[in-house]
Design a protein around this ligand. Structure first.
Ligand code: GDD
Ligand code: MN
Length: 351
């Protein structure tokens, strides 16, 4: 059986039409719909209650408006199917697409299917420029968390088992993203659909939800923390590298009486080398088996040289054209160069 969970808040004009369309689209599949309403002032809950006579429908009316994600999770708790679906109530998600989305799950080809506006063939109708930008921006911020093109989607189907015993965070709007990051699925696929803007009622996505989303992202990032952890370690190694650099420079000039410019080059090489070793064994915890260390070291050297050029370039631009104090400019420049070095190290040198 499939259970389709629909969170509702003030969707009186939409709910009946949607339920009718869902059951029409699912004629040949055993289907239940779970409406989770937060005591909508417009009486959506009562409208839904009446439909129970006609359809295999459950209505959960909660006392307070506690958000979309938590509504979906409460719906999952009372759903009896082994496949769960989630749809908005406002007809933005086409019931006609349900069968197509269920097929890969029923055929055993996927255990998580996401309706995608941004996959090839997907589309959005009638969105304001502002909404498009917000959506794209939010999607961009989630990029490192998933390979999916539309991780913000509120339209998806999954095998119940992929969230069994998974501790899902009930805050905010993005329950789909939460499942993408924490769910125990093996195959996730995206299928395109056209998102239609609602005809009745208003979107509940407000400023508070933007803030919730950013907090949610932080939590997901720390959940996935390995990359941040690595970045943190990479910065510590970078700090050690600076100390090594200064010590070598000082020693060569003071004790060996070398020219400071020549000493600086030697100091750079020594610091890059010690950073290489520390990053290899600590930051990225690499075993050297089968890896050609000399080649890897050369790559790391190249990354560091590029980092140095970026550092100097940013410093020059900020001071010359931005009129920034050179110390502040150098801090910014170090930040940019560190990012370059980290990305180069993680995805090229130690990949
Ligand atoms: N029970 C309950 N409680 N339902 C809620 C709440 C709540 O606090 N807030 C929103 N809903 C319901 C709405 O009634 C609707 O059925 C659904 O959740 C989506 O809300 P909309 O207000 O229509 O959201 P949207 O259209 O701005 O956003 C949708 O599209 C986005 C794509 O950009 C959602 O599907 C988002 O998840 C999606 O990212
Ligand atoms: Mn909507």
């Amino acid at each position: 059986m499939i259970s389709i969970v629909i969170p509702t808040y003030n969707e009186k004009e939409n709910i009946e039409k949607l339920i009718e369309k869902i059951f029409d689209a699912c004629r040949n599949i055993e289907t239940e719909v779970v409406v989770v309403d937060d005591n909508s002032p417009d009486g959506t809950g009562q409208v839904a209650e009446k439909l129970k006579e006609k359809y295999n429908l459950h209505v959960l009316i909660r006392k307070n408006k506690t958000g979309l994600s938590s509504a979906v999770l409460d719906g999952f708790k009372i759903a009896k199917g082994d496949i769960f679906g989630v749809m908005d109530a406002d007809l933005s998600h086409p019931p006609d697409a349900i069968q197509v989305m269920l097929k890969p799950i029923i055929d055993g080809k996927a255990d998580f299917v996401i309706g995608s506006r941004y996959a090839k063939g997907g589309n959005i109708e009638n969105w304001s420029v502002k909404r498009k930008i917000v959506s794209k921006g939010a999607t961009f911020l989630a990029k490192p968390l998933t390979r999916i093109d539309d991780p913000m989607s509120g339209f998806f189907f999954l095998k119940k088992e992929i969230i069994n015993h998974v501790n899902l965070n009930p805050k905010g709007y993005k329950i789909g993203l939460e499942i993408l990051v924490k769910g125990r699925y093996r195959n996730v696929i995206e299928l395109p659909y056209t998102f239609r803007d609602r005809k009745h009622g208003k979107s509940k996505l407000n400023f508070k939800e933007y803030k919730n989303y950013l907090l949610h992202l932080l939590m997901l990032y720390s959940y996935k923390k390995s990359i941040f952890h690595q970045f943190f370690k990479f910065c510590i190694v970078g700090g050690i590298g600076v100390l090594v650099n200064i010590c070598v420079l000082y020693s060569l000039v003071e004790f060996l009486y070398l020219w400071y410019m020549f000493a600086a080059v030697v100091a750079f090489v020594v610091a890059v080398s010690s950073n290489f070793v520390l990053n290899k064994i600590w930051t990225f915890k690499e075993k050297s088996k089968g890896i050609k260390v000399a080649g890897q070291y050369s790559k790391f050297f190249i990354v560091c040289i590029i980092g140095l050029l970026i550092n100097l370039g940013v410093l020059y631009i900020l001071v010359q054209y931005g009129n920034m104090w050179y110390v502040l400019a150098q801090l910014v420049a170090i930040g940019v160069a560190t990012l370059n070095n980290f990305v180069g190290s993680k995805f090229w040198v130690f990949k």
